[in-house]
Design a protein around this ligand. Structure first.
Ligand SMILES: *Cc1c(COP(=O)(O)O)cnc(C)c1O
Length: 514
């Protein structure tokens, strides 16, 4: 099979105990050397997107599968070089754009272990060990949320999918209580199903409503206060004014994507209870606060939710995907039950040969649990909490720096690990947007941006955002980032005013010549 190339890895091609595993270790060691040799040392490669992508394409050559291969070591080293030269470095202290953390080495190693087992979670005979591990980990996280013995949950490919799964279960549960079998008969039999969430809830709530056949118009947005938190009285009013509808769920956000703020969970739980509406808490960002004694108070009331989304590939430092959807009552998975002749026939299930097929829309499902379990075992709650507290401290430090700079305006203070601010100037939207792009193309820093409704302005305005998820970043790194940002801002601003000036002058000339 290997006549026309030299086999570098011996006879065994597979991840088999012994030689196969030794090859995995060797492959990773060689790839690591290639990364170290070729790393660009910045958050992103310097240059504009067109030239960076052209360089990657140049190195790949025209699309086409080679007729004969180059061997395992060469293939891995080549790809490692590519991601080192042209990829993103999440461990760089000035990488601060998104809720996308540097992954923990122990989690990456455990992820390789997950791949090597290639276990699946749908049936007992697809991998018993990881089946038990998922149950253990789900139960451990459900305890941390304050859920009781009845709780359940499942790993999912991301917070967006966890939100959709929770809303699907809420939909089916609510419908069943009204005598409607949505799985069989569709959503047509429901009278105007609606979902309440705050104005700044994650867009995946809208997408989920579309995917679930409710339409995005099923989302009833609720007003927020000056800190971007849902106003309970506004929720109460929205429910009362909704009229003849079927309320499927209230979605509270614990850690808004842009601001890290947390909706008032106890008050919202009271309202959900009074109206008997399913309460889903989207804690994709905020769940990790439960690792910290100092910050866990922010999530007070989460134990009263019917379902919770959490992303350990955000606060949790996991390689994606490491999302979970928790249910306070595992029996509510009922609408996902499925009996499949070749996977879980009744007599097998009765004899104990069952898996987790009935808790998800997936069939084959990879054991993402391994990296999470490795991390929880390696560091325990206290050390993970300490990492989050450090990120929170860094965000507070950044906030203080913004407060001391006359040219910077703080837009949203720190709750978790983000701050939102902007550079004060005449052409706010254009200069702040260009400033962020310039930091990227210069290869200096990667910061985030968003749009915020600033008091006194009709339209949302472009702001800058730091998402600080790297506990190894130092205060002097933060200072370096702001020094560079302020230096570049003056450059960008003067260019923009000279362009505006040129435009004004040429318009003037046109008028004169007319
Ligand atoms: C990130 C995020 C999501 C989506 O999670 P993904 O894992 O990116 O799909 C949902 N809700 C909130 C509040 C988030 O911050």
């Amino acid at each position: 099979m290997t006549e026309d190339r030299e086999s570098t890895w011996g006879a065994s091609r597979f991840a088999r105990p012994g030689q196969g595993w030794a090859n995995i270790g060797r492959g990773l060691t060689e790839a690591a050397e290639s990364v170290t040799d070729h790393h660009h040392g910045a958050p992103l490669p310097a240059g504009d997107p067109v030239s960076v992508l052209a360089a990657v394409n140049g190195s790949l050559g025209a699309p086409g599968i080679p007729e004969s291969g180059i061997g395992e070591s060469a293939a891995l080293s080549r790809l490692a070089r590519l991601v080192a030269e042209f990829g993103l470095d999440l461990t760089h202290p000035l990488t601060t754009a998104h809720l996308q953390p540097a992954p923990l080495s122990v989690a990456v190693a455990a992820d390789a272990l997950a791949s090597a087992t290639n276990a699946s979670l749908d049936t007992y005979d697809s991998g018993p060990a990881t089946l038990a591990l998922e149950t253990w980990t789900v139960q451990s996280l459900a305890r941390m949320a304050g859920f009781g013995e009845q709780a359940g949950g499942v790993f999912s490919p991301g917070g967006s999918i966890s939100n959709m799964l929770a809303l699907m279960i809420a939909r089916d549960h609510t419908a069943a209580r009204r005598g409607v079998d949505v799985r069989q008969d569709g959503v047509g039999a429901l009278r105007r199903p609606v979902v309440f969430c705050s104005r700044v809830a994650h867009f995946s709530v809208h997408r989920a409503c579309a995917a679930l056949g409710l339409g995005e118009s099923a989302v009833i947005p609720v007003e927020v206060d000056a800190h971007h938190r849902m106003i309970p009285e506004a929720l109460e009013r929205a429910i009362r004014q909704a009229g003849e509808v079927t309320p499927l769920a209230i979605v509270a956000t614990a850690g808004t994507t842009d601001f890290g703020t947390v909706d008032p969970l106890p008050e919202i739980a009271d309202i959900a209870e009074r109206h008997e509406i399913w309460l889903h808490v989207d804690a994709a960002y905020g769940f990790g606060t439960l690792f910290s004694d100092r910050l866990s108070g922010l999530l007070r009331g989460v134990d009263r939710a019917d379902s919770v989304t959490l992303d350990l590939h955000k606060v949790g430092w996991q390689p994606a995907a490491a999302s979970l959807m928790l249910l306070s009552d595992a029996d509510r998975f009922v609408s996902l039950n499925r009996s499949v002749a070749y996977l879980n026939p009744d007599d097998d299930v009765e004899a104990g040969y069952s898996g987790l097929l009935g808790q998800t829309l997936q069939t084959t499902r990879r054991p993402d649990v391994l990296k999470v379990a490795a991390t929880l075992l390696a560091y325990g709650r206290r050390e993970l909490g300490g990492m989050l507290e450090r990120c929170n401290d860094l965000a507070v430090y950044a906030e203080q720096r913004v407060a001391t700079e006359l040219q910077l305006e703080l837009i949203a203070p720190v709750t978790l690990t983000t701050i939102v601010f902007r550079y004060r100037c005449a052409d706010l939207d254009a200069v702040n947007g260009e400033l962020r792009r310039r930091l990227i193309t210069d290869g200096k820093a990667l910061i985030g941006r968003t749009q915020v409704r600033v008091p006194g302005q009709d339209e949302p305005q472009t702001c800058l955002k730091l998402t600080l998820l790297n506990p190894e970043t130092s205060e002097s790194d933060i200072d370096e980032l702001f020094d560079e940002l302020l230096r570049l801002a003056i450059e960008v601003e003067s260019e923009s005013t000279s362009v505006a000036g040129d435009q004004a002058r040429s318009e003037e000339m046109v008028r004169v010549s007319e």
